[in-house]
Write a protein that binds this ligand. Sequence first.
Ligand code: UDP
Ligand code: MG
Length: 341
Amino acid sequence: MAPELSLVIPLYNEEEVFEILKARLLQVLDNADISMEIVLVNDGSSDKTEQLIKNLTLLDNRFVGLSLSRNFGHQLALSAGLKYASATKAIMILDGDLQDPPELWKPFYEKLKEGYDVVYAIRANRKEGFFLKMAYKVYYRIMKHVANLKIPIDAGDFCMISRRVNNLMIKFPEESRYMRGIRTWIGFRQTGFPYSREERKAGKSKYTLRKLIQLAYLGFFNFSDFPIKVIKRIGYLGIALAFGYLLYSLYMKFFVHEEVPRGFNGILFAVVILGSIQFIAIGLIGEYLVRVFFQTKGRPLFLVDWIVKNSSLKKYEYDHHQNEIHTVKRKENVHSNQESS
Ligand code: UDP
Ligand code: MG
């Protein structure tokens, strides 16, 4: 029978924290007064994480294990977990490094029962270093001003969503996925829940600076057309400046009888700065274009290697009868027939 609540946890090279996580989760499961399942997603780890998940899920049927065919990144690993979460009432998303306390399922679930569809966690304080903290702060505040959508400040992926919101989220066809943005876009009744974000219990952050910047880009370019508008405004400003300068030089020539442009430093500066602005402009347009490009390919969002459910292992063969490809939209009806199996 389907449980009431699913916890979805993506794991990428988390062998160091795995035993600590497992102990905490077992405690949560044993103390829970509702039926609960925990979906562990292996996001193409290169360490023992895959084996650890397999072992645990084969032994304990309250766990569901899912392994992707390679590293697809946090946001897609989450999407995979959401797709395989079978809870009837609510699904909670959290990190595997215990920065998000799993015990919070209880107050979150209380909120949900009050009639909310989304309870998202707000980081009241962060334990990261000073530089990263500032970067987060600045980013969230910029996003607040430029996004076409009011994505809550300091809210991450840690949240609980109702079954119906999950059903909607897994149907979103976006290839470039910023889950907290999609979650906000969906709407209904949402509320924040402040919590203190703990330190990672073991291992290192799996978000390299590059991945972190990519995530920032995801939010920026998927939920805002502000950069395009900025380019346009710079263009207008340039034209205004040029005309101002033209008028100024005409005035100087006819009334003061002096030719304005003497050296070519000014010209050089103008050429270089305008050239650079144009490169940036092309790059910004490219950010949007590249998203269109990848979206039109219609590739699956992720591929599953194997899944362990009810302590039995199923390897994905992707043959004719079981070509469960995780793209959304096209052939929707065919998919939903197969999903029930
Ligand atoms: N993660 C993942 N795929 C990745 C990177 C990270 O599934 O490519 C998982 C990771 O194992 C962890 C969660 O996403 O459970 C958050 O990552 P992390 O704690 O490293 O990020 P941070 O908290 O430092 O932002
Ligand atoms: Mg973390």
